[in-house]
Ligand binder design. Structure first.
Ligand code: F0G
Length: 461
């Protein structure tokens, strides 16, 4: 008999969860203005809002925290992290920041200006926010296969080289501060980018004299997919693949809250000394002195250890198989999900799930509310609310994909939790024809509105 797959860790500390009744949840979601970000965590049974900062640290990370050096300047924790980044990722210069968007803020303060164009693969919302805030434009050059959830393609995060070259041809290099490659591509469904594509993007960018930035939050999951799906990489270790990937980047921004399995933290990796010097000034202004940049010594220690743990095959195999486990269950129930399954989440196609609900009534958000009411499961909308309004016309932007993201925290839930999530969504799917009233906006912020938006149910006609 073949041995079944089992997790590559065991559990030492647990956190109790509280179940609620549907009646309680109806009250809570109304009080939260139908925005799941406004729920208290105790009102949630299984929290799939994000995989960001929600992972479980290992005993080795916790023990590394005890060894944190809290010196303001030159702490050993800083050097530990610096060595890990140079050892694993190959960046000689780095700046710590308090999280990923802070890394964007610091680096973009140096590089992005009014009227610039920043091509990339479905920029994450904070990345796009930091670009548009500086009156520059994010140009999406993702391959078209990414926008059909049912098309099977091993690397749906890839950049369309022709689309990218068009941007390069139409604008002078001085107006393109960099091309950003998001690994894995969160906004298009946690989809990986192939090594071939990284190579091609780098070569093209070199030809036009443009820098390459990797938005690296889930770089290790990306490396896992390269190992499993790309020819020539099956026998390489995750760390060998990671090292090769970063050869094709000039700079990286990192949200350490994902693949480095810590609760807070980020950094910038750089290869040019001059850029490092310029970015250091902004780091000191916005984050803190360059040897801590908004992080405590203990957090830098946990991060250094997390980078090593996050780049082991056994850990990644456990992680990504769990995500696929949930995806397979949903597929068995006939629920439309993004294929192939992503690295950190399963993305439910809300356009296919609720095709009769007018898209103006926010299909994916409506689905998120229904799933919460069903079982206290909190997922997140990756659709029209997240896409914000067009900065010029102020009209709603309707992205090609309207998704509900079921994001799996690292090393936190068991497959029984995944079973419950799948069953809850199946129940909603079975009654989907009765979901005829969506949501409308009562209040919204001008940018990144999904965090704070207030909604109400559309009245029945
Ligand atoms: N880039 C990507 C690809 C991300 O997914 C995120 C965050 C960031 C940058 C920003 O990093 O949160 O540390 O400031 N994504 C989280 C998510 C919030 O839920 O997907 P941060």
């Amino acid at each position: 008999m073949n041995l079944p797959f089992a997790e590559s860790y065991k559990i030492k500390v647990v956190e109790n969860l509280r179940k609620s009744t549907r009646r309680e949840r109806e009250q809570w979601i109304k009080e939260a203005r139908y925005n799941l970000f406004n729920l208290k965590s105790e009102q949630v049974f299984i929290d799939l809002l994000t995989d960001s900062g929600t992972g479980a640290m290992s005993d080795q990370q916790w023990s590394a925290m005890m060894m944190g050096d809290e010196s303001y300047a030159g702490a050993s924790s800083y050097y530990k992290l610096k060595n890990a980044i140079s050892d694993l990722l190959g960046f000689p210069y780095f700046l710590p920041t308090h999280q990923g968007r802070a890394a964007e803020n610091v680096l973009f303060s140096v590089l992005v200006g009014d009227g610039d164009m920043v091509p990339g693969n479905s920029h994450f919302d904070t990345t796009k926010g930091h670009i548009e805030f500086r009156k520059a434009r994010a140009v999406d050059c993702t391959i078209s296969e990414a926008f059909d959830t049912q098309v099977d393609h091993p690397f749906k995060g890839n950049i369309d080289i022709e689309k990218l070259e068009e941007v390069f041809r139409e604008h002078p290099a001085s107006r393109i501060p960099f091309v950003v490659v998001t690994l894995t591509c969160n906004s298009s469904g946690g989809q990986p980018v192939s090594m071939r594509n990284l190579k091609d993007v780098h070569a093209l960018a070199r030809k036009y004299g443009v820098r390459v930035l990797f938005d690296s939050a889930r770089f290790a999951e990306n490396a896992y997919f390269i190992k499993m799906r790309e020819e020539g990489y099956g026998d390489k270790t995750i760390r060998e693949i990671v090292a090769e990937m970063f050869q094709y980047a000039d700079m990286m921004t990192m949200s350490s809250k994902k693949d480095a399995i810590v609760n807070i933290g980020g950094f910038i990796g750089l290869k040019e000394e001059e850029l490092f010097n310029k970015a250091s000034t902004y780091n000191i202004m916005f984050e803190g002195f360059i040897t801590y940049g908004g992080m405590s010594g203990r957090d830098m220690n946990a991060l250094a250890q997390g980078l090593y743990e996050g780049t082991t095959f056994d850990y990644l195999d456990t992680r990504i198989r769990q995500v696929a486990y949930l995806g397979s269950r949903l597929e068995e129930f006939g629920i439309p999900v993004q294929k192939p399954f992503g690295g950190h989440a399963i993305f439910v196609d809300a356009n296919k799930f609720l095709p009769n609900l007018p898209r103006e009534q926010f299909r994916a958000q409506t689905l998120a509310v229904e799933l919460y009411l069903e079982a206290g499961v909190r997922a997140v909308e990756i659709g029209t609310l997240l896409a914000d309004r067009d900065p010029e016309t102020r009209e709603n932007r309707y992205p090609e994909l309207e998704l509900l993201r079921l994001t799996i925290p690292r090393r936190v839930y068991t497959n029984n939790h995944m079973e419950l999530v799948a069953a809850a969504l199946k129940n909603v799917y079975n009654r989907r024809d009765s979901i005829t009233r969506g949501l409308k906006i009562v209040n919204e912020a001008p940018i990144m509105r999904h965090f704070t938006v207030e909604l109400e149910k559309v009245e029945s006609v």
